[in-house]
Design a binder for this molecule. Structure first.
Ligand SMILES: O=C(O)CCC(=O)C(=O)O
Length: 260
């Protein structure tokens, strides 16, 4: 449950942690579906950290992102009208989980204004040993920071990141989140995570939500990625009409994909 204290911490430090978000039924449905998806995708050779935008080709992920407990929590931060911008399963296998370089999400996103929030749901207990997310509190107010090509990018989830001399790593906070809990973080917050060398898997499911007043800019330098990027209005209404949306019915179900 999100309290006023969580909202204040998010505003002040750019992140907050809610130790319990989902009840047992939602959590087991979510876990079972995500585990099945990871199994199918890794069998095709995709690394489990790279399961980006599963909702674009499997509409059950839209149901998973629309759980009332999730949307009620998000509503506390962004208000009653809620758009799903994107989602991503970032699963670090035990003993073989890639690091995520220090970065700001906002530099990858053509959103105007940059009002968007990430909910990072812990599918497994997320600990320092298995490569939990790490944040530098307070960096969310700095605006865009230079990103550079990362060395040894093949062993990282992202290829660009904030250079180390611009990150005060002595101030990092480990986001220790029990399974079923979540963190929220702001788009300019500097964050990343270490590799998973432990004996425990670390799986997170990020859901990115924005109010409908935030416009997705489909033209311009990032159009290659965002020209056809689908948005879904999950709750409330879009009174200004700055975006266009798909309906969940426009996305295939798994059975349809399998030809049933
Ligand atoms: O899962 C991680 O370790 C990093 C997550 C992240 O960068 C994000 O959700 O924006």
């Amino acid at each position: 449950m999100v309290t006023d204290q969580h909202i204040r911490q998010y505003q002040r430090e750019g992140y907050t942690i809610v130790p319990q978000l989902l009840g047992p039924a939602d959590l087991s449905e979510m876990t079972e579906y995500i585990n099945g998806y990871i199994e199918r995708q890794t069998a095709r050779g995709v690394r489990p950290e790279h399961l980006d935008k599963p909702h674009c080709h499997d509409r059950h992920f839209l149901d998973l992102c629309s759980k009332p407990a999730t949307l009620d929590a998000v509503e506390r931060f962004i208000g009653p009208n809620i758009v799903l911008f994107s989602c991503h399963i970032i699963c670090k296998a035990k003993g073989d989980g890639l690091a995520v370089p220090w970065h700001q999400d906002a530099i990858y996103w053509p959103l105007e204004p940059m009002e968007v929030i990430t909910l990072w749901l812990a599918i497994d207990d997320s600990t320092e040993a298995n490569g939990c997310m790490q944040v530098i509190p307070g960096t969310h107010t700095a605006g865009p920071i230079e990103h550079v090509e990362i060395e040894h990018a093949e062993s990282k989830v992202l290829h660009r990141g904030v250079p180390s001399h611009l990150v005060d790593a002595s101030r990092l906070v480990n986001c220790l989140i029990p399974r079923g809990g979540c963190s929220f973080h702001a788009p300019y917050l500097i964050h990343g995570s270490a590799p998973n060398t432990s004996n425990h898997r670390r799986c997170g499911f990020t859901m990115r939500f924005m109010p409908p007043e935030t416009r997705l800019i489909r033209e311009g330098p990032l159009s290659k990625w965002f020209k056809d990027h689908p948005l879904f209005l999950l709750r409330g209404a879009d009174r200004r009409g700055v975006n266009t949306y798909l309906s969940p019915r426009d996305v295939m179900s798994r059975a349809e994909q399998d030809g049933f």
